[in-house]
Design a protein around this ligand. Structure first.
Ligand SMILES: [Zn+2]
Length: 282
């Protein structure tokens, strides 16, 4: 039987246990990815991977491999994909042969779906799709140094900075279809502020990748935290997932909200409330 309060109870117990052991759990992550997470039988308790609590990065929620790695590599890439450097460094020739390989694969897909990739309307679709995909995933190649270029300023401002309604377009990594919506970013500076437009650039950099909304939210928050070392960071994303509204459960209009609160946003209810009030959420 499907009982909401029971599910709520299990969920909050789960979140609690995750906060306690803060360790990345491969099994759970996989189950989550397959959409088969089972909450009835709690996984055997594992030893936490950290020795003391301060070792936990930013004292945040459990992270996936994508958020446990250093947020920003020495060369300025941030959680690059496996082939991001190859893509970045490839010559024009290599790039165009990459494009044709993707296009070939798309032709196979079209054929397997029962289409004729040689009919007029589809003739150039594989190449177009290849270029679109490379654009949708260009965030892997973005360099954080270019993104924030000379826009970190010393400023004695210690009130909340908030940018609302940043449009984001991303790709669900489970179905390779878009999810899109609004991202709201807030932080409380600690002597350093970031040019406001850079907050949107940061969101864009992580959105133009294969993502799950939860990780996207976390990556933006952790990166901002790394760049500014502020007193706190809060990121909220509200998005519509095509995989949800156009297939399966078909709940059109369903909006998924995720948030990541770090530092004083996490520690102080008052700060969190102020943020949510400014967002118009209470
Ligand atoms: Zn999906």
């Amino acid at each position: 039987m499907y009982r909401k309060d029971q599910i709520d109870k299990e969920l909050s117990a789960k979140i609690k246990s995750m906060e306690l052991d803060s360790g990345y759990n491969q099994e759970q992550e996989e189950e989550r990815a397959n959409g088969t997470i089972e909450t009835h039988q709690p996984a055997p308790k594992k030893e936490p991977w950290y020795k003391k609590l301060s070792d936990v990065p930013l004292n945040t929620r459990p992270a996936s491999p994508y958020t446990l790695n250093p947020p920003i590599d020495s060369d300025g890439l941030s959680w690059p994909s496996l082939g991001a450097r190859e893509r970045l460094e490839s010559s024009n020739e290599e790039s165009s042969s990459r494009e044709s390989r993707i296009a070939e694969a798309v032709k196979t897909i079209l054929t397997e779906l029962g289409e004729d990739p040689n009919r007029e309307g589809l003739l150039e679709t594989p190449e177009r799709y290849a270029r679109a995909m490379l654009f949708f995933t260009k965030g892997y190649e973005d360099n954080i140094k270019d993104v924030i270029k000379r826009a970190v300023f010393e400023e004695d401002h210690d009130e909340m900075v908030i940018v609302k309604d940043i449009e984001i377009y991303s790709l669900c990594e489970h179905h390779l279809v878009p999810f899109f919506g609004k991202c709201h970013i807030a932080y409380i500076p600690n002597k350093k502020v970031l040019g406001l437009s850079k907050l949107a650039r940061l969101a864009e950099m992580y959105a133009r990748r294969f993502q799950v909304q939860e990780r996207l939210t976390k990556q933006i928050a952790i990166a901002l935290s790394e760049i500014l070392q502020p007193r706190g960071v809060a990121v909220v994303i509200e998005a519509t997932h095509m995989c949800m509204v156009s297939r399966g459960v078909q709940k059109s209009g369903a909006i998924t909200s995720t948030s990541c609160m770090l530092g004083c946003f996490r520690a102080q209810q008052k700060t969190r409330d102020e943020f949510l009030t400014l967002l118009g959420r209470r």
